[in-house]
Ligand binder design. Structure first.
Ligand code: GLN
Length: 570
C-alpha cells in the first residue's frame, strides 16, 4: 500500500509520469471504505440483489452506504436499450435512464440515487474523448492504463466525497473474463492498492452447479471463475455461492482451499422464496459483521426491523389470492416489467395476498386469436403498462373498454393512460378514429399528441420528458384520497406524448376527471372515472417510487380494489 506521502504524490504527478490518478481536492483516504462486487461463471446471478441486501444491512447498522453500478456496454445510458433484451429501463428522479439494478438499490436502501451512482462504458469513453478533443491530455497518448482506469477511480472518489459515504458499494456488471469489464476490474485492482487493504474488500459472486444427472453439487466452474479473477490481480475476501440448494460444507471447503478464502467467508446464497429474505440470510451467515471487522468499521447493532420482518412474512404466507392481468408487447419477460411486479409485491404484502400474473398478448386480440372476454376471464384487475409504437394497441383499447364497462379495476401506466384517453374519446365522446399521433400521425382526432417541447428534439437518446416532477393533486378526488389528501406529490416520468390540451374540456364534460396536473403547464397526469371501483391512469410511472415498506399509494389502491372484486365474484 502506498504511504500517505506517495498517495499525495500520485495526485501531483499526473502530468509528467506514468501515474495518472486524479485525486479530488480534499479527498481523505480511509474516510470511505470500498466494497467491490464482481461476478463469475455466468451473468444473471443476482449480484444486484446481493449487493443491495448487503447495503441494506450496512445501512441498518447506521452506515452511510452508497451504491454504484458499472455497466460495460458502450451505450451512454440505458435509455436506448430494448427492455426485451436488457430488462426494464429504470428512471431515477434526476431523469437518468438506468439499469434495473439501480431500482433494486433504491428499494433495498430506501433512498433516491442519482446519475452519479451509475457508470457505463459509454459514459467513461465519452468523457475521455471529450477531454482528448479539448487537449486536456497535454500531448500524451491516451491509454487504457493509466487514463481510462484513472477516470474510473476519479468517478468513484468523487462519488465518495459528494455522498460522504462510509461505504461505497461498487457492483461490477457482467462476468469476470468479459472484455467489456476488464479495464474496470483493472481500475479496481489499482484502487485497492492505492486505498490500502484495510479500506477495500472484494466479494465474488459465483455459481455452484448441481447437474440433475449427477445429483450433487460441483465446484469446478466456481473455482475456474475465481481463478480468472485472481489472474487479474484480485484476491477475493468473500465468495458468495449462488446455487439451487444450500451449498454443502464440502463444496465450500473446496472453494476455500482453491481461492485462499477462509471457509467462514465462503457463503451459501441458495434460491429463496423471495429476494427480500436475502438480507436475513446474509445476516445469519454473519457477513455484515465479518465485513465490518475486515474494514475496521465499528459495527453498531443491526436492529432487525419489525416492519421489514412483517413485510417478508406477509409475502411468504399470504391469506388471499388475486389475479392481475398485464398487457403488453414484451409479455413473458418478467425483467421488462420488473418495477411493476415489485410494486405489486409491496402492495400485496399490505393485504396479505398472493398475486397471480396473467400475461395478455394484445396482438392476439387484434388478430382474432383471442377474444376480449376470454382474455378478461378470471382477472380481478388489469394493468396496461408503458409502451411505445403501434403493435397491440387496438387490443389494449379493446381490453380497456371491457374493463370500463364491466367495472373491473384498471390501472393504466403512461401508455396505458394514453390508451384509456383514446378509448374514452372514441366510445364516450363520439370522437371516432381518435388516436395518438405516435400511432397514427394523420388521424382525425389527435387526442394524444407530442409534447410541444418534444417537437424540437431530434435523435432518440435521453431526450424524453424524464424524471421526477411535482404533480398537483385535485382535492376531493379519488386520487387525492389514495395519496392521503396530499396536494402535491412527486412521481417519475418517461414520455414524449401527452393528452392534447384541446380535448380536455370535451373529456371533462363527459365525466372523465383529471385529478392530477403539472403545476405550470396544462399537462394532464392522472385520470379517473367516478362511479367505477377503480379506473385510474397516470402519465407517470408510479412503480418507480414504490418501496417495500412504503408501497406506492396507487398500487395499494389497485390491489385493494382487485381484492374486493375477487371477493364479489365468489
Ligand atoms: N409512447 C408513449 C410516449 O412516448 C408512452 C411512453 C411510456 O409508456 N413510457 O409518450
Amino acid at each position: 500500500m502506498p504511504s500517505d506521502e506517495v498517495f499525495r504524490d500520485i495526485a501531483k504527478k499526473t502530468e509528467e509520469s506514468e501515474y495518472y490518478t486524479l485525486i479530488p481536492e480534499g479527498y481523505e483516504k480511509g474516510r470511505t471504505k470500498y466494497i467491490i462486487v464482481t461476478g463469475s461463471v455466468m451473468s444473471g446471478l443476482g449480484k444486484g440483489i446481493f449487493s443491495a441486501s448487503l447495503g441494506k444491512l450496512l445501512g441498518d447498522s447506521g452506515f452511510n452506504c452508497t451504491p454504484i453500478k458499472f455497466d460495460g456496454y458502450l451505450n451512454v445510458d440505458a435509455g436506448t436499450l430494448n427492455p426485451y433484451r436488457h430488462g426494464e429501463v429504470f428512471v431515477l428522479d434526476d431523469g437518468t435512464e438506468s439499469d434495473m439494478d439501480l431500482g433494486t438499490y433504491e428499494r433495498f436502501l430506501d433512498k433516491n440515487i442519482t446519475k452519479n451512482n451509475y457508470l457505463t462504458g459509454g459514459k467513461i469513453f465519452t468523457a475521455i474523448l471529450n477531454k482528448e478533443r479539448s487537449g486536456k491530455y497535454l500531448g500524451r497518448d491516451v491509454q487504457f492504463i493509466p487514463h481510462v482506469t484513472g477516470e474510473i477511480k476519479k468517478f468513484l472518489r468523487d462519488l465518495a466525497m459528494k455522498s460522504k459515504a462510509d461505504v461505497l458499494l461498487v457492483e461490477v456488471g457482467g462476468t469476470v473474463g468479459d472484455i467489456e469489464n476488464q479495464y474496470f476490474i483493472e481500475a479496481m485492482r489499482q484502487l485497492a492498492y492505492e486505498e490500502g487493504r484495510e479500506n477495500t474488500c472484494f466479494v465474488n459472486v459465483t455459481y455452484v452447479i448441481e447437474p440433475e444427472f449427477l445429483g450433487e453439487q460441483k465446484s469446478k466452474p466456481a473455482q475456474m471463475g475465481i481463478k480468472q479473477l485472481m489472474q487479474l490481480g484480485i484476491q477475493p475476501d468473500f465468495v458468495v455461492c449462488r446455487s439451487k440448494t444450500p451449498v454443502t460444507t464440502k463444496v465450500r471447503e473446496k472453494i476455500s482451499v482453491y481461492s485462499n478464502v477462509p471457509i467462514e467467508n465462503v457463503v451459501s446464497a441458495h434460491d429463496r422464496k423471495t429476494v427480500y429474505t436475502v438480507p436475513t440470510m446474509l445476516k445469519e451467515a454473519k457477513m455484515d459483521k465479518i465485513i465490518c471487522k475486515r474494514l475496521g468499521l465499528k459495527n453498531g447493532k443491526t436492529p432487525e426491523s419489525k416492519e421489514w420482518l412483517e413485510f417478508v412474512e406477509n409475502l411468504i404466507n399470504p391469506e388471499h389470492e388475486i389475479t392481475v392481468g398485464i398487457t403488453g408487447k414484451y409479455t413473458g419477460l418478467r425483467d421488462s416489467y420488473a418495477s411493476i411486479l415489485t410494486a405489486l409485491e409491496h402492495a400485496r404484502a399490505k393485504f396479505k395476498t398472493k398475486v397471480n400474473i396473467k400475461w395478455i398478448e394484445t396482438t392476439e386480440i387484434e388478430n382474432g386469436k383471442l377474444s376480449v372476454e376470454e382474455a378478461m376471464k378470471d382477472v380481478d384487475g388489469v394493468i396496461v403498462p408503458g409502451g411505445f409504437g403501434k403493435r397491440g394497441t387496438e387490443g389494449k383499447i379493446a381490453c380497456i373498454k371491457y374493463l370500463r364497462e364491466n367495472k373491473i379495476p384498471y390501472l393504466g401506466l403512461c401508455f396505458g393512460f394514453q390508451m384509456a384517453i383514446i378509448e374514452f374519446g372514441r366510445n364516450i365522446c363520439g370522437l371516432r378514429d381518435a388516436n395518438s399521433t405516435e400511432i397514427e400521425p394523420d388521424c382525425k382526432y389527435q387526442v394524444i399528441d407530442i409534447l410541444p417541447e418534444q417537437k424540437k428534439i431530434e435523435g432518440l437518446g435521453g431526450n424524453m420528458r424524464l424524471g421526477g416532477r411535482n404533480i398537483d393533486v385535485k382535492p376531493g378526488t379519488f386520487a387525492s384520497k389514495l395519496y392521503g389528501e396530499r396536494k402535491s406529490v412527486r412521481e417519475r416520468f418517461r414520455h414524449r406524448f401527452e393528452c392534447n390540451p384541446e380535448y380536455i374540456e370535451t373529456f371533462e364534460k363527459k365525466g372523465l376527471v383529471f385529478s392530477g396536473k403539472a403545476p405550470d403547464y396544462p399537462i394532464m397526469q392522472i385520470l379517473e372515472l367516478p362511479g367505477h371501483p377503480f379506473f385510474v391512469g397516470t402519465q407517470f410511472h408510479p412503480e418507480f417510487t414504490s418501496r417495500p415498506l412504503t408501497p406506492n399509494p396507487l398500487y395499494v389502491g389497485f390491489v385493494e380494489a382487485a381484492l374486493k372484486h375477487n371477493k364479489s365474484r365468489k
